[in-house]
Design a protein around this ligand. Structure first.
Ligand SMILES: [Zn+2]
Length: 376
């Protein structure tokens, strides 16, 4: 992760404000590396070396083909600055040169934000339908993830179902940079509208629902930020071994170092490290369920074999140890000794968000002034 407000150069930001540069927007080409891109923009070897040594960007800084970046140029003063956007955060990375000098820095920026509402009906795939109304995949992905644990979307959402999504668009110099937070979504499922509100990324990025369906599911989400990249599938084509091997769990993609929570109270059955799973933890719960957490960066010190852990207790951090290409949690569930699809057992939010959700629902019921349900 990049730490904000790191200023490694004294002369760039101030000077760039005094200049009156010509601004243009360009896109990252496929196969571009930072070095190639700097070279193309006239950074010489010494300047490139200096920038790489400063290491303002994180280890896993990658250029995404098609990604927009800003070029500011002031020819008489031989000043040039490249600005990259770390959407959805407010962080930017700047690479500049002036004469023989060069440098880089990372900082937070305030954007012009426009709140947009897109609405439509599902025709074809859900992802495609939402994508056709918004400018990038991120919104549609967040939308799908918000419902992924509660419904089998492909089966339960009918053609013609209504959807609404309210989200932010970020602009720099009147140029659309990318989408920011998704704020609220609505989806028609079997004739009923299910509404979701979103917790901002900085606060964990989970979802708030006013319906609280499936509140009787036995497990809380093991992660705060919901991003399912691979579902339970008995006939999956494995990305590493290139063989058809079942995927007996769910993959939640999260940045390295994010907290992992015990999905329910239980005893630590096993923990350790092996070639495939990397660092892993297995918990045994009271109701005949066992939960598996693989590819951890580290296991929390409080997790000891044979010891009890509480619901929502931090058991480790997201990593990419073992057979893994990108940081994620492989979460699996055994019921009476058999792996099962964990999704129907998991509530869509972690235990730590329980109070927040209760408060939200209480506020909603006060607002609508409805008498409280007595069925509880
Ligand atoms: Zn997996």
């Amino acid at each position: 992760m990049i730490s904000p407000q790191v200023s490694l150069s004294k002369n760039s930001p101030q000077e760039s404000r005094q200049l009156n540069p010509k601004v243009s927007f360009k896109k990252v080409r496929s196969g571009d590396t930072l070095v190639a891109l700097l070279k193309r923009h006239g950074f010489n070897t010494t300047q490139r070396t200096k920038i790489l040594q400063q290491k303002v960007f994180s280890e896993n800084f990658t250029l995404i083909p098609g990604e927009k970046f800003r070029v500011s140029k002031d020819t008489p003063k031989s000043f040039l600055e490249l600005k990259f956007y770390e959407i959805p955060s407010n962080n930017v990375l700047l690479f500049w040169r002036k004469g023989d000098a060069a440098g880089s820095l990372s900082r937070n920026e305030s954007y012009t934000i426009k709140v947009k509402t897109a609405r439509g009906r599902i025709s074809g795939s859900i992802l495609g339908s939402i994508n056709s109304q918004t400018k990038d995949d991120f919104v549609a992905q967040r939308f799908m993830d918000a419902y992924a644990l509660d419904y089998k979307l492909t089966r339960e959402v009918q053609r013609g179902a209504k959807f609404v999504v309210t989200y932010e668009e970020k602009y720099d110099d009147n140029q659309f940079i990318g989408t920011g937070e998704v704020i609220e979504t609505e989806l028609e499922i079997r004739g009923k509208i299910d509404k979701r509100q979103f917790v901002p990324h900085a606060d964990g990025g989970s979802f708030i629902t006013d319906t609280m369906i499936h509140k009787n599911r036995p497990l809380y989400s093991p992660v705060n930020y919901m991003r399912i990249t691979s579902h339970y599938n008995r006939r999956r084509f494995h990305p590493i071994t290139k063989r058809r091997t079942p995927h007996l769990g769910v993959d939640f993609e999260l940045p390295e170092g994010e907290d992992l929570f015990a999905t329910a109270a239980g005893k630590v059955l096993r923990k350790g490290k092996n070639r495939a799973a990397g660092y892993y933890v297995v918990l045994r719960h009271e109701n005949g369920l066992e939960s598996y957490y693989n590819h951890l960066e580290s296991i929390d010190k409080s997790v000891k074999r044979g010891q009890w852990v509480n619901t929502g207790q931090i058991i480790g951090k997201v990593g990419c140890t073992g057979y893994c290409t990108k940081p994620h949690l492989h979460f699996a569930l055994k019921k009476r000794g058999q792996f099962v699809d964990p999704v129907p057992y998991i509530k869509s939010y972690p235990y730590i968000k329980k109070k927040l959700i209760r408060r939200h629902i209480a506020a909603l019921s006060q607002k609508s002034n409805k008498p409280k349900s007595s069925r509880q």
